[in-house]
Write a new protein. Structure first.
Length: 401
């Protein structure tokens, strides 16, 4: 009933806004996740080493992080609609750079631009869908499911274009993404939306949460999880191809499969989230991530790798939303807390891909991918500390009351 109620109550203008956000978020998923599939093709085309390849993925994450700061400031000067149209144009410039030049500095700038657009659209769509749907959980869940659908389509777009056009196929895929983004800007331009940013009254800006050890343990989970997620998404296709384990076509199918099971895992967490304790979910998903990633690295058997990818995606899917829910009260009480958590995760996503690239150049691609094991182990340690310290906090609260 909830899925019907939030949509049927809207007038045609708000329905258009919602439909527009859903479409653009699917496009966001396509180009955000196409970078991992494009990376080995761009690297081969322009003769890039692994360190530069890692820097490209890192620069995308830098852009994504910077977008979070721009999202709060730019609408004050341009208004919301003009701001998102302007920020959406950066992804067009980013993919044009990839098509036209192999200059490493310009490529890093191009990947940075794609991150700027991706982060800006994510901020805008989340806030607008939340606003238009009157904070409907169904609307927000559907929005993120749509992103996952776009993400799993991305490798197939690259595969289809390379199948049809050979070596220049990846450039055609980039061209298709540019056309989709131009259409997204057109859709945004037709939105009837309040140009001003709605200010929340009676919110006291406080950083008292920074003194809370439990909050920093949670930030640690975010940091190490995004270390792993950004690097796996960015490097997995290149790892399989460079190691000679499988063809680029099968590697791209696995990249899509990863997002299919991430989507399934997120939907599973929605269904069982109220029935199973957060501690049990967080422990099982983090230990599952560690086990399946170790299995992935331990074999060159494509059947075992395929099963490991499925287990890995299903396990990873719940960690991000469950971790947010464990500090939900802190986020409600302190508006700045979510920004600090996202920044911690963003920094992890920036650092790890370039470390992986540098290690891959020095010791081989397997060594680079093995470094992610350290990030996952540290994430598991933070999860265990999270569960233990939650018990301590409960005891302290009981004593105080």
């Amino acid at each position: 009933m909830e899925k019907q109620s939030f949509y049927t109550q809207l007038d045609k203008h708000n329905k258009y806004i919602l439909n527009c956000c859903f479409f653009v978020f699917a496009v966001n998923g396509i180009y955000g996740m196409s970078l991992g599939s494009l990376l080995p093709l761009i690297s081969n085309e322009y003769g890039l080493n692994n360190t530069i390849s890692g820097a490209l993925i890192s620069s995308h994450q830098v852009g994504n992080l910077i977008a979070g700061f721009i999202a709060g400031v730019l609408p004050l000067y341009l208004g919301r609609k003009k701001s998102i149209m302007f920020m959406c144009s950066f992804v067009i410039m980013g993919f044009l750079i990839m098509i036209l030049t192999g200059n490493p500095v310009l490529l890093i700038l191009g990947f940075l631009f794609t991150g700027l657009s991706r982060g800006s659209i994510s901020n805008f769509n989340n806030s607008v869908v939340n606003e238009v749907s009157n904070s409907s959980p169904a609307a927000l869940n559907f929005l993120h499911s749509i992103f996952a659908v776009g993400a799993l389509m991305a490798p197939f777009l690259v595969m289809l274009c390379t199948y049809l056009a050979g070596d220049i196929g990846w450039k055609i895929a980039a061209g298709v993404i540019i056309i989709l983004c131009i259409f997204s800007i057109f859709l945004f331009s037709r939105m009837r939306i309040d140009p001003s940013v709605k200010k929340k009254d009676n919110i006291k800006i406080s950083y008292a949460f920074l003194k809370n050890k439990y909050f920093w343990i949670t930030a640690g989970i975010f940091f190490f999880y995004l270390c792993a997620e950004a690097t796996i998404n960015g490097w997995i296709v290149k790892y399989f191809v460079d190691s000679g384990i499988m063809t680029i076509a099968y590697a791209q199918v696995l990249a899509s499969l990863l997002w299919v099971v991430i989507l399934a895992g997120r939907l599973t967490c929605v269904f069982i989230g109220d029935r199973v304790s957060k501690k049990v979910l967080l422990l099982s998903t983090s230990f599952g991530t560690a086990a399946f990633y170790l299995l992935l690295l331990s074999t060159q058997n494509t059947t075992v790798i395929t099963l490991a990818i499925m287990g890995l995606g299903f396990s990873m899917a719940g960690i991000y939303p469950i971790t947010i829910s464990t500090v939900g009260d802190t986020i409600k009480a302190y508006p700045m807390a979510m920004g600090v958590l996202l920044m911690a995760g963003g920094v992890g996503g920036i650092i790890m891909p370039i470390i992986t690239g540098a290690l891959a150049d020095a010791f081989g691609v397997f060594a680079g991918m093995s470094a992610i094991v350290a990030a996952i182990i540290l994430m598991v340690i933070c999860v265990i500390l999270n569960v233990i310290s939650k018990k301590d906090n409960t005891q302290i609260d009981t004593i105080n009351h």
